[in-house]
Every structure is written in structure tokens, then in C-alpha cells.
Ligand binder design. Sequence first.
Ligand code: NI
Length: 227
Amino acid sequence: MMLHIPEVLTKAQVAEIRAAIDAAPWVDGNQTSGAQAALAKRNAQLPEGSPAAAAAGGRILDALSANPLFVAAALPQIVFPPLFNRYAGGESFGMHVDNAIRQSRDGAVRIRTDLSATLFLTEPAEYEGGELVVEDTFGAHEVKLPAGDMILYPASSLHRVTPVTRGARVSSFFWIQSLVRSDEQRSLLFQMDLAIQQLSGRVGAGAPELVSLTGAYHNLLRMWAEL
Ligand code: NI
């Protein structure tokens, strides 16, 4: 499942994060790639674990934990400390799949990457190109979102970033280990959760049918969750 999560950050938060990270030193993006991905990758990145990345990443993690749509869709167990990249001057990232296991530089976090996330930190009008293209069984999906919005997609997908031919594209990217490993099971739970919430607005949360459906949701989650 691919999901657009709007307004993870406010425009003011985006501006503050941009001011902090733009002033910090950047390095070649291949510091975080696997060997195969490195062949395809051309961009710049904030050094993983640098003070600027840690501070900005912390603000993003706080925003994510307070975002009901993210929590319902990702059922997050561990969110990898957010990283930051910048594409400019024709830079791009060719087709690849993200590494299945990701460990932070200091070894403190090691996760199975169930979901990939890109949080856009530049407005679409500020740059040309730079679409995130994600392939699934329904074809190729081009994604370019307003600053502060995020796309969540299965980490198992083939994806690429098209060349940025004008301006610069700055984003945060990271991975999530979900409580529910299977994308199919997680998508069903999300669909059910949304329907329960909508129904609850119409019939009242105490309706016996709704209590029963909510029970079924939790019992499915109990069956599928891995802690
Ligand atoms: Ni990737």
C-alpha cells in the first residue's frame, strides 16, 4: 500500500528544519547505500548521526508519533532515525530496492525495513524533476508532494528518483519496522480501522456492532503482531 500523509509538518516546522539542516555540512550520499544502490545514486546527504540530522530527525519522530494516520497505517514498532538528502544539478537515484536490514551508524538501532518513507522539505515549484517513482503491480507511480507531506510505501518496492534539472529537492527519508510485517495484513487492518472510525462518527462509539468490529480489529492485530 502506498499512502500520502498530508501535513506531517507545518510550513513553519519545515522552515525551521530547513534553516537548521541547510546550514550544516553535507556529504556524498553514497555513505548510506548498499553496494548495488551506490552505483545508481547521485545526491548529497547530511552525515548520519550528525548533530543537525539528530536534532531535525527528533522533531520528525515527535511529529510522526502524534500523527494518527501514520500510526494507523504503519503500525510502527521502530522508526529509523530520519536521514536527509538533497538532489540538484541533474542528480538522481536510479531504480533500486532498499536494504532489508538497516543499522544506525552507532549500532543503537537495527530494523527490518517493512516500509519506506519520504518526507518532502521543498515545495514542488522550487525544483524541476525529482519525482519519486515507485513501481508496484499496478504500474509506476510518480510522487511529488508539498513541503511537510509524506509518502509511505512498501520497502520491498522498486523505486527511483528522477533527475533534478532545476533548483534543489531536499527531503527526509527513513524506514519503519512495523508490528505487522506483511503489507497485505497491515493494509487490511488499516482499511478496517478507517471504516470503524468513520462508522463511529455516524452511529456512536458505543453501538454493539461497533464494539464487536473493534474487538475483531484488535484480535486480528493480536494474531498478526510481532513484538
Ligand atoms: Ni531507496
